[in-house]
Write a protein that binds this ligand. Structure first.
Ligand SMILES: Cc1cc2nc3c(=O)[nH]c(=O)nc-3n(C[C@H](O)[C@H](O)[C@H](O)COP(=O)(O)OP(=O)(O)OC[C@H]3O[C@@H](n4cnc5c(N)ncnc54)[C@H](O)[C@@H]3O)c2cc1C
Length: 341
């Protein structure tokens, strides 16, 4: 039974803790709920905003439409072959709950993505990634429902057009499909990814030697690193990395490095280099700065925070100032990773 509520505060439903309001709000527990909702004549023309955990959105205004909160649960093995186990999870499952489930079953592939907030259904939207792994590496397929026709469609890997924090759902198909479940292809025999960030040092601190390496140990190491450097949204509102790491032509990178010899960069293909946005923001003098109710986090300059009662517009204004000062200093335009509503 659907219970559509009116004039609902969205503060508990976004990790920035922005107190925007929704004209209408409904929680969806199953695909049947969704089909029922899409057939309600009085809501046919009402604009809909899909929300999972609200950990990658900035609400810059009240939502004059219907917020559809996806709570579809369930984790199940759908098939298995010699090398892989295919696990399907409902779009509303907490991402970290799925990671813990798979790590607990000795199914490899998600361990580097431990503790990323949000839901399974939102994970393909921006091809979530961390510590050297992106979900496209373990993605098998997803099921989605068309927002207006209610048609059910399966998207395979190539259909999703994954890129760095990108997919077709942020571009050509933006706002058109509601993802209801995602299936992952997990490995029976793990391949360990330990070269990224502080994973190796943390494993050493944990006393894990190479012959003791396991997906459980990697998951634990990633959790420790994330807890030590990322702000917990329960304590201070934020949406993780606010900007994407810019990719610039190698020629531009070489010129910049002459001017700023400590500038880090990672080759992506022969002609392009990815520069850590956090470094650019820190060098532009923003790390730990506070502007009214908003600020730049003191440990991780890539994270913008809500110190209290910030509005989405205030956070947007800070983001614009950060963008402008980075561009003025380095000639590099930062693009938001967060979805503006
Ligand atoms: C502290 C912190 C750390 C983070 N670290 C990382 C990180 O390491 N790597 C990373 O990639 N991200 C990271 N993020 C960002 C965020 O956790 C991910 O993008 C996550 O996948 C968002 O999930 P969500 O359910 O909260 O999505 P939401 O914020 O609810 O939604 C995000 C977008 O997806 C759409 N959407 C959500 N669910 C569905 C659905 N079922 N069907 C269709 N559209 C949908 C929404 O309309 C919106 O446009 C971090 C965020 C925080 C707060």
């Amino acid at each position: 039974m659907l219970s559509i509520q009116s004039h609902v505060s969205l503060k508990p439903y976004n990790t920035f803790g922005i107190a925007a309001r929704a004209r209408y709000w409904v929680a969806i527990e199953s695909e049947e709920d969704l089909q029922t909702l899409l057939q309600l004549t009085e809501f046919l023309d009402v604009p809909k905003l899909i929300l999972g955990g609200g950990s990658n959105v900035l609400l810059t205004r009240d939502v004059d439409g219907l917020v559809v909160k996806i709570n579809i649960q369930g984790i199940e093995v759908v098939r298995e072959d010699e090398l892989h186990v295919y696990v399907r999870a409902g779009a509303g499952v907490h991402w970290h709950q799925l990671v813990q489930h798979c790590v607990g079953q000795n199914l490899a592939g998600l361990e580097n993505l431990s503790l990323i907030p949000g839901t399974v259904g939102a994970a393909p939207m921006q091809n979530i990634g961390a510590y050297g792994v992106e979900i496209e590496q373990v993605f098998d397929q997803l099921e989605a429902i068309h927002m207006t026709t209610g048609e059910r469609r399966t998207f395979r890997h190539a259909d999703c057009r994954f890129g760095y924090r990108e997919s077709v759902f942020k571009h050509e198909l933006k706002g058109q499909y509601i993802i209801t479940s995602v299936t992952f292809r997990l490995d029976k025999q793990p391949t360990f990814h330990t070269s990224y960030g502080a994973i190796r040092e943390t494993l050493a601190e944990m006393g894990v030697s190479d012959d003791q390496l396991s997906i459980q140990a990697i998951s634990e190491a990633v959790i420790r690193i994330r807890r030590s450097k990322l702000p917990d949204p329960a304590e201070i509102g934020n949406a993780g990395s606010f900007f994407k790491n810019p990719e610039i032509p190698k020629s531009q990178f070489d010129q910049l490095q002459e001017q700023f010899p400590t500038m880090p960069g990672y080759p992506v293909g022969p002609d392009r280099v990815k520069v850590p946005a956090g470094w650019l923001i820190e060098q532009a003098g923003w790390k730990g700065k506070r502007v009214g109710n908003t600020g730049v986090h003191s440990k991780q300059a890539l994270v913008l925070v809500n110190h209290g009662d910030a509005t989405g517009e205030e956070v947007r204004a800070l983001a614009t100032r950060v963008q402008e000062s980075v561009e003025a200093r380095f000639g590099v335009r930062l693009m938001p990773e967060v979805n503006f509503v």
